[in-house]
Design a protein around this ligand. Sequence first.
Ligand SMILES: Nc1ncnc2c1ncn2[C@@H]1O[C@H](COP(=O)(O)OP(=O)(O)OP(=O)(O)O)[C@@H](O)[C@H]1O
Ligand SMILES: [Mg+2]
Length: 542
Amino acid sequence: MEEKKANDIFKEFKEHSIAEFFKKNKQMLGYAGLVRSLVTVVHEYITNSIDACEEADILPDISVKLIQAGDNRYRVIVSDNGPGIPKKFVGRALATILAGTKFHRYIQQRGQQGIGASGCTLFSQVTTGKPIHVESRTANGESYSCNVSIDTLHNKPIVTDLNGTDRTTNGLTVDAEFAEVKYENSDHGVYEYIRRTALANPHVQILFTDPEGKEYRFVRAVDSMPTRPKPTKPHPLGLSINDLLEFAHKSDSRKVSSFLMENFARVSQGKVEELRDIVEDMLDKDPGRLEWGDAEQLLNAIKKLKWMAPDPSVISAIGEEHIKLALKNILNPDFMHVVERKAALFYGGIPFVVEAAIAYGGAAGKKIEEDIYEGNVLRFANRVPLLFDSGSCAITVAAKSTQWKRYGIDMESQPVSVFVNVSSVYIPYSGVGKEAIAQEDEIIDEIKLALMEAARGVQRYIRGKQQLGLETSKYRTIERYAKQLAKDVSTLTGTDGSEVEKKLETLISKHYPRASEGHSEEDDGDAEGSTGAAVSTATKEE
Ligand SMILES: Nc1ncnc2c1ncn2[C@@H]1O[C@H](COP(=O)(O)OP(=O)(O)OP(=O)(O)O)[C@@H](O)[C@H]1O
Ligand SMILES: [Mg+2]
């Protein structure tokens, strides 16, 4: 057989756009499996709506409606009260992959890459052949509707049917059809995704209409916006050689010294001088000309110095109070214990905060059958529920290694929910699907500590409850005897029986004060008991 020449082979050489790449590899964006694909769509639109509202300082009000449009085919309509998208950006925002307002900023947000919404447009287009329909109104009163799709060969938006509308409320509505998707009411379905979103975002209100037309209203539990995380600069200890080089080559600074001070957190003139003692000749170089070996030397020098830890105010966690309110609102447990850890670091310089809670009873745990429950672990990253790939997630690993039974908790048979939220400017996901947090030792350790602390809180509660139960039963027995004793004493001595009984009662009450006052379990232990007054939550409106 004649050997093929390189020139012949390379006749086939072509470049492809990122849109073409994702068209072939849509599983990388979370479009794998019918049920998961539908959750991915809803997730992308909801996270965008919440991000946009928070950035505009608006309490998010979101509506998600699913309408069945055929076999494994659904229309998804998501509407928000956010700032909307200016007309001239709508194509690029929703139909250009790797375009958005977030990727280039170092601030804690749900979205990061500029792939989510355009990925949905692409998925709709490749499964139905249709564009998505968009309506928006912005604060300057501009309101319009249009259809949007992607020219995948060039990763460019195609905007058609652009018209003015009489929409009166600000925000964005996306109405798109998807095939190869399925609605399922399971632990991995859209309803559960939305319920968990409400749990980690007590300031968000969501109205969900399922494909049968049933409405579920998740009422907000708090009326205040979460503290806005500060934009930050990367900490030098969190950098890789490649990161440092990329930053350096993009920099306008004339010298490495000023480049370091301008681009990274905690680099002061003093620190530059300390670095000068180790890599003297490097600091006056042009950052644009740094090479791999230089960056490596510089990073080694950076690692030798003592640095101030990153500023934890760059992280916005949910906060203990809000987690309690959300748990009461959504799960209405019999009791719960919430733990918020201080900021810690991973990769040497990236700060993160772990929050954990354990809720017992009410709608906590997973109901298997009537009166049969098992525990479940609710995972969140920057308040976004993670429903898939649980096996490879740092949260699952930490939860599995916790010896629950030592704390009186049985994950196999009790209605327990273990809630964990990891917040950071940069969440290290273990895959592009962003469904699992990478198993970094520092993150796993922090989660373990948070879970142990929460479990101890619950244990104190359970012990307190057991103790109270014991005291109550003793109190009741002695009370019975006291009645008889009072009668006998009265017969023997001729004194007033009720007087004797009263005196005996006072004596017993002194010994068993809590039991005698009829304390309920809520008053006991330092785990928070729920009052049972759940705010109207997820009310079905048929
Ligand atoms: N509901 C919305 N309201 C206002 N702007 C929006 C909305 N949805 C999307 N956008 C804009 O469109 C951009 C692109 O959204 P997209 O979901 O593709 O990327 P992203 O959210 O930046 O990152 P990620 O890929 O992680 O989701 C956003 O950065 C934002 O500027
Ligand atoms: Mg997004």
